[in-house]
Design a protein around this ligand. Structure first.
Ligand SMILES: O=C(O)CCC(=O)C(=O)O
Length: 299
């Protein structure tokens, strides 16, 4: 089968002994041929690994066009690995190169429902975590843009934070990034990094994509990484692109344009401690005066 990989393996990499490692973001072009998308993702991950990436992140909907015409047709049931070629390929690539993969997102069938799901694999090829998108993207900007993700998918119900060989990682998918509460909870639970596979569009991308991820990073003084599909200007849902790594001071460590590319950047978790020491937001918080009261109860 075209996704076979045995001759591409690396010898096993030594365990991470410092707080530094390289992350690879595979900003992929996605077609309406699922097999082609799988081969393409595999090849792109090899490019990231060849540049030293120990953690590879894929885009939201890397194996399926971002369109309700395709989600159900392309969905896989991950509980049957043999009938889930996308899941199988991610597991093989993780074990073959001994890397951690945050596997973007894919449409998943489970108990008759469709979810927008991210699978995280460890260097042994085993599934470490599965995040189902919690906040579905329903938007209507009259005359400009409308999309109703909840017509296709059921929302996930759980946070996903996972210990990996490359730190403690919180997972969100695209619109999940707009909700600061989720990132705050990940910070509280000890995340070093939050990965958001995403696919912002042309109506929100330019203004908000970078702003939102920098906001999540600086509020919580941790690393944020986003990975998007590349832009296809002819597609019905035109994607913004610009996969990015942000540091705990809100600084852009690496980013891309809209085109297909692999971004590889170094993350140094010791920066988190430094930033938190020099600007101790945690100590400065006034939890004694923050009250989220529903004002309707006061009237
Ligand atoms: O929040 C946005 O502006 C875009 C979100 C999105 O594209 C998505 O969740 O798929």
């Amino acid at each position: 089968m075209a996704t076979s990989s045995t001759n591409l393996c690396f010898p096993s990499l030594p365990p991470l002994t410092t707080s530094k490692f390289k992350i690879g973001l595979c900003q992929l072009s996605v077609s309406s041929d699922k097999n082609q998308n799988i081969i393409h993702a595999r090849n792109s991950m090899k490019v990231a690994v060849d540049q030293g990436a120990r953690l590879v992140v894929l885009p939201e909907m890397w194996n399926c066009p971002c369109s309700s015409d395709y989600f159900a047709k392309f969905a896989e049931d991950f509980s049957h690995e043999d009938s889930s070629p996308s899941f199988k390929m991610l597991s093989e690539v993780a074990s073959c190169y001994r890397i951690t993969i945050v596997g973007g997102s894919m449409p998943e069938w489970c108990s008759g429902r469709l979810h927008n799901t991210c699978c995280v694999f460890g260097p042994d090829g085993k599934l470490k975590a599965k995040h189902r998108k919690i906040h579905l993207f329903d938007i209507d900007i009259p005359g400009k843009f409308s999309f109703k993700e909840s017509d296709s998918f059921a929302a996930g119900e759980e946070l996903t934070i996972v210990n990996t060989e490359v730190g403690r990682i919180g997972i969100g998918i695209c619109h999940d990034m707009r909700f600061p509460e989720l990132a705050m909870l990940y910070k509280e639970k000890g995340a070093h990094l939050i990965c958001y596979p995403g696919a912002f569009n042309m109506s929100t991308g330019e203004l908000l994509w970078e702003l939102v991820q920098r906001g999540r990073a600086i509020d919580n003084q941790l690393f944020v990484a986003t990975c998007s599909p590349s832009r296809d200007s002819a597609a019905s849902y035109t994607i913004w692109g610009h996969s990015t790594v942000v540091g705990p001071f809100g600084e852009i460590i690496a980013t891309s344009g809209p085109e297909e590319t692999v971004v590889v950047a170094e993350i140094d978790y010791s920066e988190i401690q430094l930033r938190r020491e020099s600007l101790p937001l945690e100590k400065q918080k006034r939890s004694d005066i923050y009250r989220f009261v529903d004002m309707r109860d006061q009237s």
